[in-house]
Design a protein around this ligand. Structure first.
Ligand SMILES: Cc1cc2nc3c(=O)[nH]c(=O)nc-3n(C[C@H](O)[C@H](O)[C@H](O)COP(=O)(O)OP(=O)(O)OC[C@H]3O[C@@H](n4cnc5c(N)ncnc54)[C@H](O)[C@@H]3O)c2cc1C
Length: 355
């Protein structure tokens, strides 16, 4: 018998789970609210440039994920060779922090990771579909001691029913997953406990300013990271260090702004955010040219990075009912490789349950 699995969210975790289910008998449908895939590992194209304006790159810290990327998903893989340097509250730049063995993205952008994972599956992806509720259908089959006869029916924000599934995997950031769980019939006790646990995961808010310049620069680093967390800029990196992203003779900076600065300016017009970020970059580089980019872009990440994780034992209580969770917030670390690893493992647990 073919089983059906619904995955909410086509980020690294959702893609990892679909990939893990590819050789099982499960028919997988992914519901994704945006038009693309890979979630916060996001890529945009503008004026001949390709830029990763969410996650900057994927680390090779996890052996399983590193071999998957470098062996199976390696077409178009780009390695950033230049190191990461640091700066402090006063803007003093120093050499250092080369902890990452590999810094990976794709020539066409970091979204290539989820694209390559999904390409190796038969999963159907329903884009521009925001799931608002997951409804329980049928009844528990108590005659054989099993609780597996009920199924799960996702419903979108327009009230459309999106089919029935043996298992549902929820991967949106924790606050969005908590809202979904609030609408999911998991029984009062388990449901309330889950909403409390998932809703407790706090997030760092971040504004990203993308600053383009019609000239090239050649410093000895790919990026600068603020290590004392006292500067208004948390991170600034050079997208031209990624092969295929920026035409020769140009410079494209990604400025990830500090949480306090980001919260304060979150609702300001994009041009004001970009202008203020460019002024700060000009000061940091001690070069007025950087205060006047020739074009800019801004992305607002309300739920950028989880500040903690959720209790795995509490999350596991829903698994017996066929409801699973995956994502960086399940692990407690905002990293693409962690989300992907967690998605792979959760996909395997779903496969085991359906066997
Ligand atoms: C600015 C920024 C910089 C970062 N830098 C790095 C970095 O350099 N290196 C690194 O490893 N990590 C970095 N991260 C973290 C990394 O991007 C995340 O940890 C990782 O992408 C999380 O993957 P995920 O699948 O758990 O969640 P997501 O990527 O958030 O995926 C969830 C998906 O669910 C979709 N969704 C949400 N709600 C619904 C709904 N109701 N219905 C349908 N779909 C829904 C979303 O659109 C999204 O596609 C950064 C993140 C940000 C924001």
């Amino acid at each position: 018998m073919t089983h059906e699995v619904a995955i909410v969210g086509a980020g690294a975790a959702g893609a990892g789970a679909a990939y893990a289910l590819r050789e099982t008998d499960a028919a997988v449908t992914v519901f994704e609210k945006s038009r693309g895939v890979c979630g916060r590992a996001a890529t945009r194209r503008k004026n001949g440039c390709v830029y990763d304006h969410g996650a900057n790159y994927v680390k090779s810290d996890d052996e399983r994920v590193a071999s998957l990327i470098s062996e199976t998903l390696s077409d178009g893989l780009v390695e950033i060779d230049e190191p990461i340097w640091t700066f402090d509250a006063e803007g003093e730049i120093s050499e250092g922090r080369n902890g990452d063995e590999h810094k990976w993205t794709y020539e066409g952008g970091i979204t290539g990771l989820a694209k390559r994972l999904f390409d190796r599956t038969d999963a159907a992806i329903e884009h521009e579909t925001r799931v608002e509720q997951v409804e329980r259908t049928g009844r528990s089959d108590e005659s054989n001691g099993s609780d597996r006869s009920h199924r799960w029916r996702p419903i979108d924000t327009d009230g459309n029913e999106l089919g029935e599934y043996d298992a549902a995997l929820l991967t949106p950031p924790a606050p969005q997953t908590a809202a979904l769980v609030g609408w999911t019939d998991l029984g009062e006790e388990v449901g309330d406990e889950l909403v409390g646990e998932i809703g407790n995961v706090g997030y760092r808010t971040q504004l990203t300013a993308v600053l383009h310049y019609p000239f090239a620069i050649d410093p000895p680093y790919y990026a600068l990271v603020n290590t004392d967390h006292e500067h208004d800029i948390a991170w600034v990196s050079r997208e031209e260090c990624k092969a295929g992203h920026v035409p020769d003779g140009e410079c494209l900076l990604i400025a990830q702004m500090a949480p306090d600065w980001s919260v304060e300016r979150y609702d300001e017009p994009a041009n004001d955010v970009a202008d203020a970020a460019a002024d700060l970059v000009g000061e940091l580089f001690d070069d007025d040219r950087f205060a006047s980019p020739d074009w800019t872009d801004v992305q607002r990440w309300r739920f950028a990075l989880p500040e903690s994780g959720a209790d795995a034992d509490v999350l596991a209580r829903a698994e017996g009912e066929g409801v699973f969770f995956a994502g960086d917030w399940v692990v407690g670390e905002g990293r693409v490789h962690e989300a992907l690893r967690n998605g792979l493992e959760t996909g395997e647990r779903i496969a085991n349950r359906l066997q």
